[in-house]
Design a protein around this ligand. Structure first.
Ligand code: DAK
Length: 259
């Protein structure tokens, strides 16, 4: 991968979208590398949390690549949209928890990429928006769906119909991000959060992700059954035995084994 850099640090990994000259805009190559990233992280049992950020000081991702999109035919547009949607959906359902560390512009496909992550935190320099209708298109990488689910349908419609950008403090106010940090502190905060997650029992963390993601698609009666099953499945893990034994024996648990 040349457009996405992956650095492993113990049990966490940091992926950096690396196309700074184009403000990390998503062209076909970046999308292909993001797809590869998901497969690499899925196959690596040492990675227990993934942080995604953008290279340079200006942008997380300034959207899908407008140059590449500008000449698409209807069929090519659908294919481009499918490529992005498939990658973003694979990221969303990746069992490993993901944190978007949004270090600047997160526009269009960039905002959509962040919304495919489990948790969003940003720098005080971050700017969010779905500018697509200003370019004559709709959001195409899940923006109409994920923004409406994450904030509210009314706020999503306002942002999408007006194509107006919002700053970090407004993103925090509407619940698009969980926290805002001074730019120079963002990555340390993201990695600290990832490390905190990575220290918890990984099978339980992954089960929580599945329960929340899949449960949100169900009615409450079915959703709590899903939770019951995932809760039950933890009782065949060594980490559950160790976690509860340590509590009862009034000692700190051994590092979790992911077993
Ligand atoms: N695509 C391509 N290049 C981009 C880019 C983008 N989205 N954003 C920035 N760049 C490039 C600029 O062209 C410039 O390149 P050079 O001229 O230096 O070669 C370089 O990055 C630096 O950008 P600026 O010179 O413009 O930097 P500024 O600080 O002046 O402005 C900016 C920063 C983020 C405000 C500005 O660059 C900007 O407005 N960028 C475009 C933002 C935008 O509109 N993004 C949303 C794109 S639409 C779909 C699939 C996907 C999508 C929709 C449908 N289907 C198939 C259905 C997704 C759509 C989008 O994401």
């Amino acid at each position: 991968m040349t457009n996405v850099l992956l650095e492993k640090k113990g049990n966490i990994a940091v992926a950096t979208i690396n196309r700074p000259k184009a403000l990390n805009a998503l062209n076909s190559e970046v999308l292909a590398d993001l797809g590869e990233l998901v497969e690499i992280v899925k196959a690596d049992s040492e990675i227990r949390a993934l942080v995604i950020t953008g290279s340079g000081e200006k942008a997380f991702v300034a959207g899908a690549d407008i140059g590449e999109m500008s000449t698409l035919t209807v069929a090519e547009g659908e294919a481009f949209g499918k490529k992005g949607n498939d990658v973003f959906r694979a990221l969303e359902v990746l069992p490993v928890p993901t944190i978007a560390a949004i270090n600047g512009f997160a526009l269009g496909g960039g905002c959509e990429l962040s919304m495919s992550c489990d948790i969003r935190i940003c720098s005080d320099t971050a700017v969010f928006g779905q500018p697509e209708v200003g370019l004559g298109i709709t959001p195409g990488f899940g923006g109409t769906q994920r923004l409406a689910r994450l904030v509210s349908p009314g706020m999503a419609k306002q942002l999408i119909y007006t194509a107006k950008n919002i700053k970090a403090d407004e993103a925090l106010r509407i619940g698009l991000v969980n926290a805002v940090y001074p730019a120079e502190e963002l990555m340390a905060a993201a990695e600290k959060m990832a490390e905190t997650i990575a220290k918890n029992a990984p099978i339980a963390v992954r089960a929580c992700k599945k329960a929340i993601n899949e449960g949100l698609e169900l009615g409450m009666d079915d959703a709590i059954v899903l939770e019951e099953k995932l809760f039950g499945s933890c009782f065949e893990t060594a980490d559950q035995v160790e976690g509860m034994s340590a509590f009862l024996e009034k000692r700190k648990h051994e590092p979790y084994q992911n077993k």
